[in-house]
Design a binder for this molecule. Structure first.
Ligand code: PGA
Length: 254
């Protein structure tokens, strides 16, 4: 795992945007795996600014998102459909049919998972997959204890995740109890993975990740099994004691 330590959230967003823009220039038909949450917001802002400056064309790009809450409609203010539309898709020239997010309101969730797996197969592995990390080490909504050998699946959200996400809902009671998520096997099928982590509340998870122990109780540790993962982290999420070397903005450890 390569580790890039940037000084601020803004710098992390900038670094990640450079990876995406370079990828699309290299291959206009790129497939991007996308995440939601507070962490990638800055990245999406940078991509929109760059698009408005006329630098990147998304007309041939496809995207596939990691997850969606079960039970929320596509237009629900906290659905990941709404998040992606408001923060990225409606601001760039991506074609709606080229964007893919699980349908949290599918009548048959098992069939929806199978459909999503077929979509992934048809698109091919994401050239770059953006990931955030939960305070409990989840990636996508793969909560602690999830098998590393799952493709798209329906998962029960841990109370800790529901509490962490309650800040975006009126109350914790409104936070869905389940989600559909790309499983860890699907995540690891990506060609390149960018894991973004910012802010002090991610410090513990990053420390645990950098300890390097691989186990299912800490889902992000599966990323050590992948040959091309870059962790881009800001100073407050990075635990300086985890590495013998200290240098910032940017430092690269391999
Ligand atoms: P956050 O969520 O970006 O809102 O911190 C990340 C995650 O839970 O995966």
């Amino acid at each position: 795992m390569k580790v890039i330590v940037n000084r601020t959230y803004e710098d992390v967003s900038h670094s990640a945007s450079q990876y995406i823009q370079t990828q699309i220039k290299h291959n206009p038909h790129s497939v991007l795996g996308l995440a939601t949450g507070s962490t990638p917001l800055g990245l999406y802002k940078k991509l929109v600014m760059d698009y408005r400056a006329g630098h990147t064309d998304y007309s041939k790009v496809s995207t596939i998102n990691l997850d969606e809450y079960v039970g929320l409609s596509k237009t629900h203010p906290q659905s990941y459909h709404t998040f992606m539309r408001n923060n990225l898709f409606s601001h760039i020239n991506i074609i709606d049919q080229h964007t893919h997010i699980p349908n949290g309101q599918a009548m048959n969730l098992g069939e929806e998972c199978a459909r999503y797996n077929r979509t992934l197969e048809l698109l091919g592995p994401p050239d770059i997959l953006i990931l955030g990390i939960g305070e409990n080490g989840h990636i996508g909504f793969n909560e602690p204890g999830t098998s590393f050998n799952e493709k798209t699946q329906v998962v029960k959200l841990k109370e800790s995740t529901r509490r962490a996400n309650a800040r975006l809902f009126s109350s914790i009671h409104d936070v869905p109890k389940e989600a559909i998520t790309m499983g860890i096997e699907s995540i690891l099928s990506s060609t390149c993975i960018l894991l973004l982590a910012t802010g002090e509340r991610k410090n513990k998870a990053i420390q645990q990740l950098l300890e390097g122990k691989i186990h299912e109780e800490f889902p992000a540790s599966a990323l050590h099994l992948h040959p091309n993962v870059t962790l881009i982290v800001d100073e407050s999420a990075y635990n300086r004691d985890a590495s013998p070397r200290q240098s910032f903005n940017p430092a690269i450890y391999e």
